[in-house]
Write a protein that binds this ligand. Structure first.
Ligand SMILES: [Zn+2]
Length: 162
């Protein structure tokens, strides 16, 4: 499998160049217990050449196996960046390597703290420990009686009793 995504510029068709294919997921360099690449990088791109600028649009996707930060279960998550647009200066080049640009677009979409929910799964931690959620908004202190609630009675106490 190819490991780079290359766009040849020689005899570049005026109407643009269409590129579909896949590149080895190893190019992501993501391979540890918290997140690892489990699919190729799939791409469907349309390249246009404007004098010395190459503009690439299209869609890419790649699947990663992530580990939930809460329950430590592994699940697959597919990254599909929206509205991919890459432009690069191609002056004097015969071929452009856009692998690094595509890699960055995908890695930017990888969650830093993956949780089951991002893949539409119910996190086991929520099931077994009920309401214990790390991402729940802290609500400490809200239950405390508000000073204004007491002041009603304070005010009554202060009424002249005579
Ligand atoms: Zn989970």
């Amino acid at each position: 499998m190819q490991t780079r995504v290359l766009i040849p510029l020689e005899e570049f068709p005026e109407e643009g160049l269409r590129l579909c294919g896949e590149a080895d997921g190893a190019l992501f360099g993501v391979d540890d217990t918290g997140a690892r690449s489990v699919s190729p990088l799939y791409y469907e791109l349309e390249a246009q050449l404007y004098e010395t600028e190459l503009v690439v649009r299209g869609s890419i996707s790649a699947t990663f196996r992530l580990r939930c930060d809460r329950c430590l279960c592994e699940f697959d998550y597919t990254v599909e960046p929206d509205e991919l647009t890459i432009s690069c200066d191609v002056k004097g080049k015969a071929v452009v390597d856009i692998t690094e640009e595509l890699r960055e677009e995908v890695l930017l979409e990888l969650p830093g703290y993956p949780k089951c929910e991002i893949s539409g799964l119910e996190c086991k931690i929520n099931d077994t420990i009920g309401d214990f959620r790390l991402d729940k908004d802290p609500q400490m202190g809200v239950e405390c009686p508000a000073p204004s609630g007491q002041s009603v009675w304070d005010a009554l106490d202060q009424l002249p009793s005579k």
